[in-house]
Structures are given as structure tokens and as C-alpha cells.
Design a protein around this ligand. Structure first.
Ligand SMILES: C[S@@+](CC[C@H](N)C(=O)[O-])C[C@H]1O[C@@H](n2cnc3c(N)ncnc32)[C@H](O)[C@@H]1O
Length: 245
């Protein structure tokens, strides 16, 4: 059962849209931080590496309408299909391309102003695999381009994520909306999603970082880290980096 669960986890989540529906507000807040650290320029060419169901598109749609071009890649066909569907629903499909591709295999093609890996590299269990993926991403960034990565921290905690999410929904959408999330949605988020991820992180199947490890991994891959902040209720780090001179 567990093997089935871990193999099909993202795929079933994307196809059923449970991934979208159960994602906690704190996760969306981390995506808002990605958008907040983007360069101001209108004509950015952005790669979403490990795009999953393209949730980030929801937060980039405004920028895409203003001139950004978005490319998403993911190893899962179900993710790519959902991302393309979302682009159509958001009315931005003409500036969105998505492909099935493995981050650990050599990726050739156009270069990007911004490469984002939002909670994707940590699912590669070994440091070697993550370095392969980072080398590939490095080869796709323009010389003055920006890398934005978010990954779980060693302090990943399902309860804190839910608590922060309820608070965020209350502030953003009011008491009733937060009550609905708290009683009808987030119990499933925790049971099906966050607890499983927490288990994978604690067993070492997936990578949970200290701030230093996160920084070192990017430095080792040839990036110069600009900035690291806590996101996701202290359960993750978000970093920006540029190619090292
Ligand atoms: C936690 S999901 C994050 C998805 C999306 N970035 C988001 O924040 O909603 C992790 C994603 O990484 C993708 N992934 C894992 N290993 C990959 C690989 N080797 N190549 C491409 N994508 C990969 C998975 O298929 C999954 O879609």
C-alpha cells in the first residue's frame, strides 16, 4: 500500500484535482513569495521546473497577461496535462508551454530569465540526483538569470502549516471561509497530504534541509546565493540565486 501510495501520490493528486483543492493557504503564500521576488521586467521568460499541476500559474496569470512567457516541465504526464488545462481556464494558454521531461536528464533548448523549482527538487532523494538536476537548470539559465527554489526544512511541521493556513484564510477571506477550511478541508489536507510528506522527510526518502545545507547545495552547483527566507509556516525555505561569476 505504502509503495503504491508513494509511486502514485502526485499523479493521482493531480488527475483528481485533490492536490489543488487540498493545498493549504500557506503553500499558496509561498507561491505569492515566488511572484514577489521576480524581477519587474514585463517580458520575462520563466521556466517552472517540476511544475506539477501548474498551481503557480494561478499566481503568475497577471504577469503572463502583461507579457511573461511561461514554460512548465514535469516528469508526470498527468501534471503537464493539468497545467495546460489550467492555462486554458485562466485564458493564458497562448503564452504557456508545458512538456513532460525529467529534471535529472540533460535538458537542451532555450535559455530562461528565471528558473523556479517550487517544492520539486526535494523529492529527488540523493544529493547526486539533486546536483544533476541543478546542473541541468544551470544550463538553462541566461547569464544574468535568476534561480528561485523552495524546499522543505528540517522543521517541517504539518500542525504549524495548518494553523498558519487557517489564520491566512481568516485574514484574507473572513471567519466563515476559515471555519469551512478548518472543519471540512484541512483535516484531509493533513491526513492525506502533509502527514505523508512529513513521514517521507523524516525517513529521508525526500530531502528536508537546514538553511546551511540548502545554501551549500546551490553553491556546490555553481550558484551564488542571494537570499534565503523561511516560508510555509517555518516548514520550508525559499531562496534566490544567480550564476556564480
Ligand atoms: C510537490 S510537487 C510540486 C509541484 C509544483 N511545483 C507545486 O509547487 O505545486 C513535486 C513535483 O516534482 C515533480 N518531479 C519530481 N521528480 C522530478 C523529475 N525528476 N523531473 C521532473 N519533475 C519531477 C513531481 O512530478 C511533482 O510534480
Amino acid at each position: 500500500m505504502n509503495k503504491f501510495y508513494s509511486t502514485n501520490y502526485w499523479s493521482v493528486g493531480f488527475q483528481s484535482r485533490l492536490y489543488d483543492r487540498l493545498s493549504p493557504e500557506s503553500y499558496f503564500e509561498s507561491m505569492r513569495r515566488v511572484v514577489a521576488v521576480l524581477p519587474d521586467r514585463q517580458s520575462l521568460n520563466l521556466l517552472d521546473a517540476g511544475c506539477g499541476s501548474g498551481l503557480l500559474l494561478q499566481f503568475l496569470a497577471g504577469r503572463i497577461r502583461e507579457g511573461m512567457a511561461y514554460t512548465g516541465i514535469d516528469i508526470l504526464k498527468t501534471g503537464v496535462a493539468q497545467a495546460l488545462l489550467r492555462a486554458r481556464e485562466l485564458g493564458v494558454a497562448d503564452r504557456v508551454s508545458c512538456f513532460q521531461s525529467d529534471l535529472t536528464s540533460s535538458l537542451a533548448g532555450q535559455k530562461f530569465d528565471v528558473v523556479v523549482g517550487h517544492f520539486s527538487l526535494y523529492t529527488l532523494a540523493t544529493s547526486e540526483k539533486r546536483q544533476e538536476a541543478l546542473a541541468n537548470l544551470k544550463s538553462l539559465i541566461k547569464p544574468d538569470g535568476l534561480l528561485i527554489l523552495a524546499n522543505p526544512s528540517v522543521d517541517y511541521d504539518a500542525d504549524s502549516i495548518i494553523e498558519e493556513s487557517i489564520q491566512l484564510v481568516r485574514n484574507r477571506h473572513g471567519f466563515l471561509a476559515s471555519l469551512i477550511k478548518q472543519t471540512l478541508v484541512y483535516p484531509f489536507t493533513k491526513a492525506i497530504g502533509l502527514r505523508f510528506i512529513q513521514k517521507q522527510l523524516r525517513s529521508g526518502e525526500w530531502k528536508a534541509y537546514t538553511r546551511d545545507e540548502f545554501s551549500q547545495e546551490m553553491t556546490e552547483a555553481g550558484f551564488s546565493v542571494q537570499h534565503i527566507e523561511e516560508v510555509y509556516a517555518g516548514s520550508a525555505f525559499l531562496a534566490t540565486a544567480r550564476l556564480a561569476p
